[in-house]
Design a protein. Structure first.
Length: 150
């Protein structure tokens, strides 16, 4: 059975490390803001095994003027579960959560190899690629949230 639920920051390390920080110390999985009350972490479980994680930060990027911005960070699916739609389910869950918070913009720094995944979910690249030290080439990406009935 498949379920997405809230998890702790430390629980995200079980997936962050092998996917996003392979060969690096576990401490490298701790992100600034992970333990803030405004940050939430979601885990995707299959038969009670954690196979995917993502974190949502109430974090403003000065590139954008939208007042209620949220950042997605630490999106990771264990390798043997990738390319099976689980990443999309986690992103959709984040979008629903952010809409419930009245967020009007989602942004993140996407690894070069993940850009096409996010583009399929209607995220747009902003500006030129940049390098994050020891991690690699990234693109700033965003999606605006519309509320047609307000």
């Amino acid at each position: 059975m498949e379920i997405i639920k809230d998890i702790s920051a430390i629980e995200t390390f079980l997936v962050r490390q092998p996917v996003l920080r392979p060969g690096k110390p576990i401490e490298s999985c701790q992100f600034d803001g992970d333990t803030l009350e405004t940050t939430i972490h979601f885990g995707l479980f299959i038969d009670e095994k954690l196979i995917g994680v993502v974190s949502v930060f109430n974090n403003k990027n000065t590139t954008f003027i939208s007042p209620n911005q949220f950042q997605i960070r630490g999106m990771a699916i264990l390798p043997k579960f990738q390319k099976r739609g689980f990443g999309q389910k986690l992103v959709n869950h984040c979008e629903e959560f952010i809409q419930n918070q009245k967020g009007n913009l989602i942004w993140f720094n996407a690894r070069e190899n993940a850009v096409s995944f996010y583009e399929k979910l209607h995220y747009k690249k902003i500006g030129d690629p940049f390098t994050i030290t020891d991690i690699g080439l990234h693109y700033l990406m965003k999606k605006e949230i519309d509320y047609p009935y307000e």
